[in-house]
Design a protein around this ligand. Structure first.
Ligand SMILES: CC1=C(/C=C/C(C)=C/C=C/C(C)=C/C=O)C(C)(C)CCC1
Ligand SMILES: [Fe+2]
Length: 547
């Protein structure tokens, strides 16, 4: 397992033609862009946690049945500072680092007497976000990095705080039909009031015909919810949306702000400031997108930890939402590199299996309903919402399936009724061995797996003009611990889950986290005009004096 998790991977800067076996459908043209940790040691120093690794972007460009692969490290300020110092000098989730005392890198960040919350890393290793025509590498801090989706070059650093008051934001934004981005973040220092802030980034803004960064300038706060505890806001990794509502879970997996403020001087990581409080509840916040206000009923459920929301939708006056839930936060514990070694099978047992659970909340409250009565009258789910005193409602989910993570859906069904979940199969070990298609209606599943193959998150791409929800293909990057087997891009028929093709690349590929598919065949060199910043950069380089 060390081959997969601990080793630094080399970049593949020049596009590399892969060996395709089988047949890729002719309509499938575009680029699968993905992100994940690729470098786990710098010089003599080593990160502690897999989520700390330096972001390695990679892409599979599919055109006329052929696939080209490339990869490039995100040239974040964090990456550059580390490489220059030849050691880890910027703190990540599970590793607290100390900047070189001779250099002033990030020094402001650590003046704890005046700043409660430090400057965070811009090592955006988790996902890729599309914003209008632009693409950004994302993590969970206040920074995102613009990237060139074709060359994987790193462009400007964007600080969300310049536009909306958030210190943290998810790496799993949602998109509406027009491509506007909806995200949620936590504001820790705004006037001492800790709150969760949903915000929107418009897909396009016409400002004298100029595109690009100006969209971020037009970011706006959508709705804010005060944190239950000012000094310990919830940690969250994603959220859900329906056509008219936003679902946000304030779970008892919380960050201790005071611990964070002293972490640096105590020499402990950010991760050590997070704790699961099994004695607490999980609060379910529902925001009405039309009024931009939270629904007043106090919905709650048992303590749980959710990283990934799957989907949410409205049905007959109820809001249904599906999540991958754990009974505790052991998942984060397992990704310490020390646990991902050769004794991995013994060391890495989750204490709860990730389970697909469906929750239902009533959107209209029956004032006359008796205490203890179930407010959900739907025949489609056994999820319950029990009325309690005053405005309190206790929600009990329906367990749909046990043993899956990294869920994806046909995004055309996001916020709407849907039937299929594509995911990685995860049982007691956190590393997926199969990919799965779960049918919520029939409660049946189809799987793909191969010996010593470790699949990444499966991405659904619809067939043009498709009518059925599962009419399309599944793409997944597969790495193998079999020395005879090259890593490959797997192309499955999403309906039958049969393999259509695989494109093997003679590279050391990393196991990644998340990404997206960018449809279109017009990315040949020269066809895509460089962005304004790239042109400006090139102009600067042209005029720079030679030294
Ligand atoms: C650096 C940093 C953070 C980073 C968190 C990361 C990098 C989480 C990754 C989560 C993943 C990949 C989950 C998969 O299910 C925090 C704790 C937000 C806040 C403090 C600074
Ligand atoms: Fe995620």
């Amino acid at each position: 397992m060390d081959i997969i998790f601990g080793r630094n991977k080399k970049e593949q800067l020049e596009p590399l033609r892969t060996r395709v076996t089988g047949r890729i459908p002719a309509w499938l043209q575009g680029t699968l862009l993905r992100n994940g940790p690729g470098m786990h040691t710098v010089g003599e120093t080593r990160y502690n946690h897999w989520f700390d690794g330096l972001a390695l972007l990679h892409s599979f460009t599919i055109r006329d049945g052929e696939v080209c692969y490339r990869s490039k490290y995100l040239r974040s300020d964090t990456y550059n500072a580390n490489i220059e110092a030849n050691r880890i000098v910027v703190s990540e989730f599970g590793t607290m680092a100390y900047p070189d005392p001779c250099k002033n890198i990030f020094s402001k960040a650590f003046s704890y007497l005046s700043h409660t919350i430090p400057d965070f890393t811009d090592n955006c290793l988790i996902n890729i976000m599309k914003c209008g025509e632009d693409f950004y590498a994302t993590t969970e801090t206040n920074y995102i990095r613009k990237i060139n989706p074709q060359t994987l070059e790193t462009l400007e650093k964007v600080d969300y705080r310049k536009h909306v008051a958030v210190n943290l934001a998810t790496s799993h934004p949602h998109y509406d039909d027009a491509g506007n981005v909806l995200n949620i973040g936590t504001s820790i220092v705004d006037k001492g009031k800790t709150k969760y802030v949903t915000f929107k980034i418009p897909a396009t803004v016409s400002e004298g015909g100029k595109k690009g960064l100006s969209a971020l300038k037009h970011m706006e706060v959508f709705c804010s919810i005060a944190s239950r505890a000012l000094l310990s806001p919830s940690y969250y990794h994603s959220f859900g949306v329906t056509e008219s509502y936003i679902v946000f879970l304030e779970q008892p997996f919380r960050m201790d702000i005071l611990k964070m403020a002293t972490a640096y001087i105590r020499g402990v990581s950010w991760a050590s400031c997070l704790a699961f409080h099994r004695e607490d509840k999980t609060y379910i916040h529902i925001i009405d997108q039309r009024t931009r206000k939270p629904v007043l009923t106090k919905f709650y459920t048992d303590p749980m930890v959710v990283f990934h929301h799957v989907n949410a939708y409205e049905e007959d006056g109820c809001l249904l939402f599906d999540v991958i839930a754990y009974e505790d936060s052991s998942l984060y514990q397992l990704f310490y590199l020390a646990n991902l070694n050769k004794d991995f099978e013994e060391n890495s047992r989750l204490t709860s299996v990730p389970a697909l659970k469906r929750f239902a909340v009533p959107l209209r409250m029956d004032k006359n309903a008796e205490a203890g009565s179930n407010l959900i009258k739907l025949s489609s789910t056994t999820a319950r919402a029990l009325k309690e005193k005053e405005d309190q409602v206790y929600c009990q989910p329906e367990l749909l399936y046990e043993g899956l993570e990294l869920p994806r859906i046909n995004y055309a069904h996001n916020g709407k009724r849907y039937r299929y979940v594509f995911a990685a199969e995860v049982q007691w070990s956190p590393i997926p061995t199969k990919i799965i298609k779960y049918d919520i209606l029939t409660k049946s599943s189809l799987k793909w797996g191969e010996a010593r193959c470790w699949p990444a998150e499966p991405v659904f791409v619809p067939t043009p003009g498709a009518e059925d929800e599962d009419h399309g293909i599944i793409l997944s990057a597969i790495v193998s611990t079999d020395p005879q087997k090259l890593p490959f891009l797997l192309v499955l028929d999403a309906k039958t889950f049969t393999e259509l093709a695989r494109a093997s690349a003679d590279v050391e590929m990393h196991l990644d986290l998340h990404g997206l598919f960018v449809p279109g065949a017009d990315w040949e060199a020269g066809k895509q005009a460089p962005s304004r910043e790239e042109r400006d950069g090139a102009a600067e380089r042209r005029v720079a004096p030679r030294t």
